[in-house]
Design a binder for this molecule. Structure first.
Ligand code: NAD
Length: 299
């Protein structure tokens, strides 16, 4: 039986992505029990009609599935092990990690969860805060086919497009690789667009041409027009979260014996930016950082 509206879902991590996800689930008729360490986040989702609990293990009470939308694997492990969430989950509850975690950690967690009768699905997403608000994310699900099918209606309500990409951990591997591509595209297209601008070309004209040509990417089609040109740098995806994903991907590539030379260089640049920008910097601020690196800051 699949998880239809009316089912009870625990949800941990009510940040930039978690909040709009919970809103969509509540609006569809799911009973959501939410938790976040940040009291403001808890208030935000309480106002959306979710039940909020004061300790993380309480999200598991009566839950058919527990969804996590946390910053990284270290936090996932802390919540599941030290904070007692896994112990509180009853056998048969499906654990769904929707954040971008380390695939090796995910596999270890999944084994531990399975030994307690709790199946795990990793279901990271791509599409940003806008996609989470509109329900137009791509969900990359890893896990046993029957577990993915069981939670599919929930994932579809959150994301729209759900693809089963392999065993548990496969979603997290693919998500990290996707973000290594995305971050590297953003770097190289920004270097090119900034050089063109310095040469005297109009950025809007360049984007218009590139987006009809072979240099186009998500960075030229969405990130530059939406967040860079207007000077808002407010995509809602942190620069440090992107760096975490890039590091997961280059480590994975190294382990396969096919290291990514370009990816490693991108990580080096990104890590330098992360050291120099404030902790809250949005990932699109890499463009402003590139300009400043060469004393050409304008925005
Ligand atoms: P965020 O920092 O906005 O939200 C994370 C939330 O987790 C925060 O509200 C924080 O208070 C909470 N939290 C931290 N430690 C906790 C703990 N121990 N117990 C309970 N709550 C805790 O991050 P986000 O942008 O929502 O991203 C979440 C995950 O999704 C990350 O893995 C990120 O890489 C991934 N992701 C983000 C985007 C995006 O556009 N923002 C897109 C795709 C994937």
């Amino acid at each position: 039986m699949t998880l239809q509206p009316g089912a009870t879902l625990g949800f941990v991590g009510l940040g930039n992505m978690g909040t709009p996800m919970v809103r969509r689930l509540v609006e569809a008729g799911y009973e959501v029990r939410g938790y976040d360490t940040d009291p403001e986040a808890r208030e935000r989702v309480a106002a959306l009609g979710a039940t909020v609990v004061s300790e993380v293990d309480k999200v598991a009470a009566g839950a058919d599935a527990v969804l996590l939308m946390l910053p990284n694997s270290d936090v996932v492990e802390r919540v599941l092990y030290s904070d007692g969430l896994l112990e509180a989950a009853r056998p048969g509850t499906v654990l769904v990690d929707m954040g971008s975690s380390r695939p090796h950690s995910t596999r270890t967690v999944a084994e531990w969860a399975a030994s307690r009768g709790v199946p795990m699905v990793d279901a990271p997403v791509s599409g940003g805060v806008g996609g989470a608000e509109a329900g137009t994310l791509t969900v990359m699900a890893g896990g046993a086919a029957e577990d993915v099918e069981h939670v599919r209606p929930v994932l579809e309500r959150i994301g729209g497009k759900v693809q089963h990409v392999g065993d548990v951990g496969a979603g997290h591997a693919l998500k990290a690789l996707n973000n290594l591509m995305s971050a590297t595209h953003l770097l190289v297209s920004s270097e090119a667009l900034l050089a063109g601008q310095e040469f005297g070309l109009d950025p809007e004209v360049m984007l218009d041409v590139v987006n009809g040509s072979s240099g186009r990417s998500g960075s030229t089609e969405a990130k530059w027009p939406k967040f860079v040109l207007p000077g808002t740098f407010d995509s809602g995806f942190g620069l440090r979260l992107m760096l975490k994903d890039m590091r997961i991907a280059v480590e994975l590539a190294r382990e396969t014996g096919l290291p990514s030379a370009l990816g490693e260089s991108a990580v080096e640049l990104w890590a330098k930016a992360a050291e120099e920008l404030p902790p809250t910097a949005d990932h699109t601020e890499i463009v402003r950082w590139l300009q400043n690196e060469h004393g050409k800051g304008r925005r």
